[in-house]
Design a protein around this ligand. Structure first.
Ligand code: MTE
Length: 300
């Protein structure tokens, strides 16, 4: 199978003595590959300086554990992630409950360094390890009539103190159009920096859609449903004026309460500064075509 994305990890980035690696990342080899000749999605990683492990894992949004940025790191440890399975149902040929280990055995885990742009106008760069959502969906066999993909996060009030408050309508749900879901930039992340993804970041697997605001990247997924109707999304339900279904990063469409024209990079200490936000978070070459003919101020 042709490589559709690049692996930029080198041996120096990974210290097996200290870091617990995803099994397939080890089996798959971690040598870096050159960027020349690779498609745009690979080139989009060029020159991105990742945030530190500390930054990525201590400043989080995971409202099931509280609304503070440090709540997830503090409380997510209570989440049981073993055993874990994902139910894939709806318009698929092979609906069923897929064990996380079985999924991992069948996927090629590779690294992708993606910009991450939060709707709150801050951003990070994260070296994810994961696999393409399209490859997961193909395990279940997507039927032609499927137009959308709906996602659901686990809901365990005993382990998730934040769900005692009606901040959002639990469980957390999200959705993508089928072409967005099948796009090779759309991944299910299972690791960061070659280590298992921490619970506060959505263990054991979470969606990452790099051209959309971070809230589309639903964590700790337990159910994926293929459907022919646009699925509900938690933030749209909570506040439809502020959060639309598409949620593409767009510096020209402001959030009703703040501008989206610039962003603040997390980290960098004294040198932290605002920078202009890029259309589709910098992935326009790859994804702008998905929205040809759509008025993105109407479908925000
Ligand atoms: N998924 C669930 N289940 N619950 C959440 O509260 N927050 C979203 C998204 N996924 C959220 C979620 C938001 S608002 C953001 S910005 C990202 O997760 C944050 O991901 P990170 O903590 O890994 O940076």
């Amino acid at each position: 199978m042709a490589r559709r994305w690049t692996n930029t990890l080198t041996r120096d980035d990974v210290t097996p003595e200290h870091l617990f690696l995803n099994r397939r990342a080890v089996l798959g080899g971690l040598a870096g590959v050159g960027l020349a000749g690779l498609p745009g999605s690979a080139r989009a990683q060029e020159g991105l300086e990742p945030n530190t492990w500390e930054e990525i894992t201590s400043y989080n949004n995971y409202y099931e554990f509280g609304t503070g940025k440090d709540d997830p790191a503090r409380y997510a440890d209570a989440l049981t992630i073993d055993p874990w399975s994902v139910r894939i149902d709806g318009m698929v040929d092979r609906p069923g409950t897929y064990a996380f280990e079985d999924i991992m055995d069948q996927m090629d885990i590779e690294e992708r360094i993606y910009r991450f742009r939060c709707v709150e106008a801050w951003s990070m760069v994260v070296p994810w390890n994961g696999f393409e959502l399209a490859d997961l969906l193909s395990l279940a066999g997507v039927q032609d009539r499927a137009r959308y993909v709906a996602f659901e996060t686990v809901l365990r009030p005993d382990e998730m103190p934040g769900t005692r408050f009606p901040v959002l309508d639990w469980p957390y749900v999200e959705g993508l159009r089928i072409d967005e879901a099948m796009h090779p930039l759309t991944i299910m992340a299972t690791g960061i920096y070659g280590r298992d993804i921490p619970k506060q970041n959505g263990a054991p697997l979470r969606l990452v859609v790099p051209w959309k605001y971070g809230f589309k990247s639903i964590k700790s997924v337990v159910r994926i449903t293929l459907t022919d109707e646009e699925p509900p999304t938690s933030w749209n339900r909570a506040n439809p004026r502020e959060y639309g279904f598409y949620s593409n990063v767009n510096p020209e469409v402001d959030h009703p309460r703040w501008s989206q024209a610039t962003e603040r990079m997390i980290g960098g200490g004294l040198f932290a500064r605002r920078q202009p936000t890029l259309m589709f978070n910098g992935y326009a070459d790859e994804v702008a075509g998905l929205y040809d003919g759509m008025d993105l101020t109407e479908f925000f």
